[in-house]
Design a protein around this ligand. Structure first.
Ligand SMILES: [Ca+2]
Ligand SMILES: [Ca+2]
Length: 381
């Protein structure tokens, strides 16, 4: 993996020097379409650590701030909508995080949040809640908590990313709560991807441990993750996660039902352990892309769609916080990394957290600088 990571890093470094219109040459020497010029506009401004952005009907965008505000934007105007912000537990990296809009939103008006929450016993957890948006897009009403009890400590490594697959499953990417035993513990919801029914909250029927005695275990789709910050589904239906490494090895993983991705930082919380420890019992699945040293602090990502993207069509666009860029990663049909590019046009906006593809194929990206943050719109031309 180190060699792969180093090669990826080298490719990324070379990519920064490539002019935008240069044809892409992959590892096999095949030339493909050019990378288009990217026009980047600040579509929504004046935000403070927006975590996620999703698309609503009528040209509206749904944005949340980690501190607990939920915002609907339309035609240049942003409205902070009615939402119980005081019930969000926000600390360190945790707060109001991943969002999802139901594919049947126009009929059921449902949206989903993954967020820190206060528990009845005076503690806190991280949970996924289903809400109903009112007809005027000015507020939401809580429908139900779909799943709760994701572990927490200080708020470090709280995840939490949501993705609704084309089959209608809700995938949840969680963090390990900086607790070493969580990722390999199949009774803990931390350091996992979970798969469930988005309407009822029931575990997804084809989950590997659907009949387990442990209720938590029935939800597990994959395990052995550190802090899942991104989830994406490729056109072929495959599911991918993006997570942050220690001082090395951010990872992009191709998810396999029941797979172990090898994070086991014990005893205590030993961050000198490898991101994928093959010495653990049984098979571990290595990353499809790894940053090597240093990390980029990879976060959200999505697969790019549309011929207008030229050579970037079909790549996984990955936002990076620390590196303050977007890395477009081209994977082959079997998931092998072919090349990466980090266009200069996306290196001028500071830390980048989440990427969503709009219906027309544009990318929507949240910045995460702490003040005057924005939702960027990226349009290829
Ligand atoms: Ca791993
Ligand atoms: Ca092993």
């Amino acid at each position: 993996m180190r060699r792969t990571g180093f090669v990826a890093l080298l490719l990324a470094a070379v990519a920064a020097l490539v002019v935008p219109s240069a044809p892409v040459v992959d590892a096999a020497g095949t030339r493909s379409a050019a990378i288009p010029t990217l026009r980047v506009t600040r579509q929504i401004t004046g935000l403070t650590i927006p975590w996620d952005v999703q698309v609503l009907p009528g040209g509206r965008l749904l944005v949340d701030e980690r501190s607990g505000r939920l915002i609907v934007w339309r035609r240049g105007v942003k409205h902070v909508i009615a939402f119980p912000t005081s019930t969000v537990w926000a600390a360190v990296e945790t707060g109001l995080m991943g969002l999802a809009v139901d594919p049947s939103f126009t009929s059921n008006r449902r949206i989903y949040t993954c967020q820190g929450a206060f528990t009845a016993g005076g503690g806190h957890d991280i949970r996924v809640i289903a809400w109903r948006m009112n007809a005027s897009f000015t507020g939401v009403r809580r429908l139900r908590t779909l799943i709760s009890g994701f572990p927490t400590t200080t708020g470090r490594h709280g995840g939490c990313r949501l993705l609704i697959t084309r089959a209608g499953a809700l995938i949840v990417g969680t963090g390990d709560a900086a607790t070493g035993t969580n990722p390999q513990n199949l009774r803990s919801l931390g350091g996992k991807t979970l798969r469930l029914n988005r309407l009822t909250g029931a575990p997804w029927p084809s989950n590997r441990w659907i009949h387990a005695a442990s209720k938590n275990r029935r939800y597990i789709h994959t395990y052995g993750h550190r802090n899942v910050q991104g989830l994406a589904q490729r056109a072929d239906g495959s599911l991918w996660s993006i997570e942050q490494g220690t001082d090395r090895d951010d990872e992009v993983n191709l998810l396999s039902n029941g797979g172990n991705y090898g994070w086991n930082p014990v005893p205590g919380y030993d961050e000198s352990t490898p991101m994928t420890d093959y010495s653990l019992p049984g098979p571990q699945i290595g990353a499809r892309w790894s940053s090597g040293f240093p990390t980029l602090a990879t976060s959200g990502g999505t697969f790019v769609r549309g011929k207008q993207w030229g050579a970037l069509d079909g790549t996984l666009a990955v936002a990076a916080l620390k590196a303050s860029e977007v890395v477009f990663m081209k994977f082959g049909s079997h998931g092998r990394l072919l090349w990466t590019r980090a266009p200069a046009a996306l290196q001028a906006f500071g830390r980048l957290r989440s990427i969503t593809d709009a219906p027309n194929g544009d990318l929507l990206i949240t910045t995460s600088n702490g003040s005057n943050d924005a939702v960027l719109r990226v349009h290829p031309q």
